[in-house]
Design a protein. Structure first.
Length: 311
C-alpha cells in the first residue's frame, strides 16, 4: 500500500534543523546551504501542511503549537531513519567482509573452502554475493572480488591467483555407457554440455578445439546451459561431456565423481584473479585476514601465481 500523505522530504530536514536551533541562520550553516534555502523549504512545508510552524518576530523565532508537536514527530522519525541507515551501512562494521564472485567460483571453489576460515575466525561475518554479468568491476559493492579474467579490469588492484587448464570431463557412468569414447576423435558421438553465455570470458567448445590445434567437431547432441554450476551438475548427473576448469572441478576429479575421457587439455592465458577496489584494499584487519587466508588456499602446483596477464 502506498504511504500517503508524505510531505516534501527535503523540507523535513530543513525544518528539523531550524526548529532545533530556532534559527534559519544556524540551520543553514549546519546543512551547508543558504538561509534563503532554509526559508524556502520551511515555507514549502507550511504550504503543504496548510499550517504555520514558526512564529516570527523582529527579535526571536519560536515554534507554534502545531510546529512544536510536528517537530517531535519529525525528529523522532529522522532519528529512526538515520539509525536504520547506519545499521545497514556499518553492520558489524570492521567484522564483515563482503566478497563478490561468479556463481561458478562461489559454488565450486570458494564455498567448499570457507568453513575452515569460519572455524578459525568466528568473529568475522562473511557476505558472499554472486554476480555473473559484470561490466564494470569497480562498481561492485564489495571488499574483495574473485573473477576469471582475460585482461586486467580497469580501476582495480589485480592479483592473479592461478591460471587454468581446460579439458573435457564426464561422469564414470556416462563413460561406461560410451565405451567407444577412446580418444578425442570420438567426442563428436557424445552429448556436449554447452555453456550458452556469450558475456563470459570462458572458453567454449569451438575455441577449445581451435586452440589445441585440432579441426572443429560437431556433436551428435548438445544441451545448452547458461550457468556453469548447472553445467557441471549436469555432467555429474551423467548427461554428457563438459569442458571443465581444473581448479573448479578438482574436488570432483579427486573423488572420482568426474573423470577425464580424453587426455587433451588447453592451458588458458586467462586467470582467476583477486580484485580489490583501488584505495580500499586491505583497509580493515578482517579484510586482510580473509585475503591472507585466500592466498594460502591457492592450488599447490609448486609454482608461483602468474604475475601478469599474457598478451
Amino acid at each position: 500500500m502506498k504511504i500517503t500523505p508524505l510531505p516534501p522530504l527535503n523540507s523535513l530536514v530543513a525544518f528539523e534543523a531550524a526548529a532545533r536551533h530556532l534559527s534559519f541562520t544556524l540551520a543553514a550553516t549546519e546543512l551547508n546551504v543558504t538561509q534563503g534555502a532554509i526559508s524556502r523549504q520551511v515555507r514549502l512545508l507550511e504550504d503543504y501542511l496548510g499550517k504555520t510552524l514558526f512564529e516570527r518576530t523582529t527579535r526571536a523565532m519560536n515554534l507554534t503549537p502545531t510546529g512544536s508537536h510536528y517537530y517531535e514527530t519529525v525528529r523522532e522519525s529522522l532519528l529512526q531513519l538515520a539509525g536504520a541507515t547506519g545499521d545497514i551501512r556499518n553492520w558489524r562494521g570492521e567484522l564483515q567482509v563482503t566478497v563478490a564472485t561468479s556463481t561458478a567460483m562461489a559454488s565450486l571453489w570458494l564455498l567448499p573452502k570457507v568453513a575452515e576460515f569460519q572455524r578459525n575466525h568466528e568473529e568475522i561475518d562473511l557476505r558472499i554475493i554472486a554476480h555473473d554479468y559484470v561490466k564494470d568491476y569497480s562498481r561492485l559493492d564489495c571488499d574483495l572480488a574473485l573473477y576469471y579474467c582475460r585482461s586486467a579490469p580497469k580501476d582495480m588492484q589485480v592479483t592473479p591467483l592461478f591460471s587454468e587448464e581446460v579439458f573435457p570431463v564426464c561422469s564414470p557412468g556416462y563413460l561406461a555407457k560410451h565405451p567407444e569414447l577412446l580418444g578425442i576423435e570420438q567426442l563428436a558421438g557424445c552429448t556436449w554440455l554447452w555453456l550458452e553465455d556469450p558475456h563470459r570470458d570462458w572458453i567454449g567448445w569451438p575455441e577449445w578445439f581451435r586452440r589445441i590445434g585440432l579441426p572443429g567437431q560437431e556433436p551428435k547432441h548438445r544441451i545448452k546451459i547458461n550457468s556453469y554450476s548447472m553445467l557441471i551438475q549436469s555432467a555429474l548427473n551423467g548427461q554428457g561431456v563438459a569442458l571443465a576448469w581444473n581448479n573448479l572441478v578438482n574436488n570432483h576429479l579427486e573423488t572420482g565423481a568426474l573423470v577425464r575421457p580424453v587426455e587433451e587439455r588447453l592451458a588458458s592465458e586467462a586467470q582467476f584473479c583477486l580484485l580489490e577496489p583501488l584505495g580500499r584494499s586491505s583497509s580493515r584487519q578482517s579484510v586482510r585476514q580473509f585475503r591472507d587466508w585466500l592466498i594460502t588456499e591457492l592450488p599447490s602446483s609448486g609454482t608461483e601465481p602468474p604475475a601478469s596477464f599474457q598478451a
